[in-house]
Design a protein around this ligand. Structure first.
Ligand code: NDP
Ligand code: 2IT
Length: 448
């Protein structure tokens, strides 16, 4: 049996109750076959892959907090410190009722390769909680964040592990957690990224994931002698990544006609009104029904009653920006049948493995999240640099660096795929390019 198959068997056996982690590990290891096969003896002897699929450390802890009725609530918190070969652990915190250890492990595993692709010195980690910020008062969110950080602060630090946001964690939550870290540890340091601009945050971090997604998509089109100008795009999600993806897509001349949240989706043939969407989601924290109510050109579709999603709308480009496995084989078939030529993932693992394979088999240009959503964490690393030198850079400077990083990622993953005879397979290219640096650093640091 090949070394890759041996380790995949082990992953499935040891993590049987973690389907998302198995999915992420399978996608990566499968596409690394040519690289591993070429070095099989050395890697097997050093158990390189067994070390790669096992987190260096993981924490699971109780998070008690008091709700507005005086009732004590108890949630579970997690932080997985997956791999520190190339830098301090770096990766977001997700607050969503679906969070469990398997979800955090899948996200932490993806983060290793994504962070490597940014070319910046950051290792892979992820954390979060099954806490649901939806419908909670600001005071309840603060109480939760303070309790969460009271435990988490023991394991993190500006040079050891630097969390940030993810689903359900934005500027408000980062602020409450930063305040609590400072109180307990007595340190004013860059322990979190995505901070507010008045206390060490970086300009352009809020926009970075969505903007970065469009910068790499733009480069993809350019390198195929094509352009985003005049193209129709379908976006899922209506959170941080989706909002700024839509904004940059419009700046680049495309028209985004959809967005979604967990209950419904909007079709707006005149193009999504980003300012209205921002007001509804960032300020009011309301549902998309309000978007349709305020915008005569928009239709609202309820997912539960209609059983549909935004992927049925014909488009040239699809940008999934909500959550894992939100785009399945059926959706992929619909998109291809409707003429979609490119799919670039803003979310982490939004396409199932079957959907990804279908896109690739049908000539769709497909860039997986590890590469295409790396702009967020890359800009987090730029925030860390600014904190270290106690300076802040202008929006233009950060944005220019972000664009450079995304263009470089495109060429690195394209080159890696070509080196192994898989031209156009950006999934394999990303996994290979991400892996090469981490593997070399792990080998250089001995057995640890
Ligand atoms: P937000 O919490 O800001 O927004 C998430 C959006 O996705 C919301 O519209 C939400 O709808 C929807 N969504 C979340 N969970 C589900 C679900 N189970 N089913 C359907 N819709 C869902 O998160 P972000 O925009 O920050 O994150 C979106 C994706 O991008 C995630 O996969 C995240 O891991 C990834 N990502 C984020 C980065 C960042 O910098 N923020 C960086 C790189 C990747 P609702 O409000 O109804 O729940
Ligand atoms: O998935 C991701 O890359 C993020 N949620 C951002 C992580 C970060 O540290 O900025």
């Amino acid at each position: 049996m090949s070394y890759v198959d041996e380790v995949l068997d082990l992953v499935k056996k040891q993590n049987a109750s973690e389907p998302e982690f198995i999915q992420a590990a399978t996608e990566v290891l499968d596409s690394l076959r040519p690289v591993i096969d070429a070095n099989e003896e050395v890697y097997r002897k050093d158990a390189l892959l067994e070390r790669l699929v096992n987190p260096e450390r993981q924490f699971k802890f109780r998070v008690p907090w008091v709700d507005d009725k005086g009732q004590v609530q108890v949630n579970t918190g997690y932080r997985v410190q997956f791999n520190s070969a190339i830098g301090p652990y770096k990766g977001g915190l997700r607050f969503h009722p679906s969070v469990n250890l398997g979800i955090i492990k899948f996200l932490g595993f993806e983060q290793i390769f994504k962070n490597s692709l940014t070319s910046l010195p950051i290792g892979g980690g992820k954390g979060g909680s099954d806490f649901d910020p939806k419908g909670k008062s600001d005071r309840e969110v603060m109480a939760f964040c303070q309790s969460f950080m009271t435990e988490l602060c023991k394991y993190i630090g500006a040079d050891t592990d630097v969390p940030a946001g993810d689903i359900g964690v934005g500027g408000r939550e980062i602020g409450y957690m930063f305040g609590q870290y400072k109180r307990i540890r007595g340190l004013y340091e860059g322990v979190l990224t995505g901070k507010g601009l008045t206390y060490g945050g970086s300009l352009a971090r809020t926009e970075a994931t969505g903007y970065g997604l469009l910068y790499i998509t733009e480069e993809l089109f350019k390198c195929h002698d094509n352009t985003l100008e005049g193209k129709t795009a379908v976006v899922s999600g209506a959170g941080n990544v989706a909002i700024y993806a839509i904004q940059k897509a419009h700046q680049l001349g495309a028209k985004v006609v959809t967005c979604s949240d967990s209950t419904g989706w909007i079709y707006d043939p005149e193009g999504i009104d980003v300012e209205l969407l921002k007001e509804i989601k960032e300020v009011k924290r309301a549902r998309l029904t309000e978007y349709a109510a305020a915008r005569p050109s928009a239709e609202y579709h309820d997912k539960a009653t209609e059983g549909t999603n935004q992927w049925i709308i014909p488009c040239d480009v699809a940008l999934p920006c909500a959550t894992q496995n939100e785009l399945n084989l059926e959706d992929a078939k619909t998109l291809v049948a409707n003429g979609c030529i490119a799919v670039c993932e803003g979310a982490n693992m939004p396409s199932t493995i079957e959907a990804t394979e279908y896109f690739q088999a049908n000539g769709v240009w497909f860039i997986g999240g590890k590469a295409s959503n790396a702009g967020g964490v890359a800009t987090s690393a730029l925030e860390m640099s600014q904190n270290s030198e106690r300076l802040s850079w202008s929006f233009e400077e950060v944005d220019a660096k972000l664009k450079d990083i995304m263009v470089n990622i495109y060429h690195n993953i394209d080159d890696a795929a070509k080196r192994y005879g898989m031209e156009g397979n950006y999934v394999a290219g990303a996994n290979i390019a991400g892996f090469e640096k981490v593997a070399e650093a792990m080998q250089a640091q001995g057995i640890c």
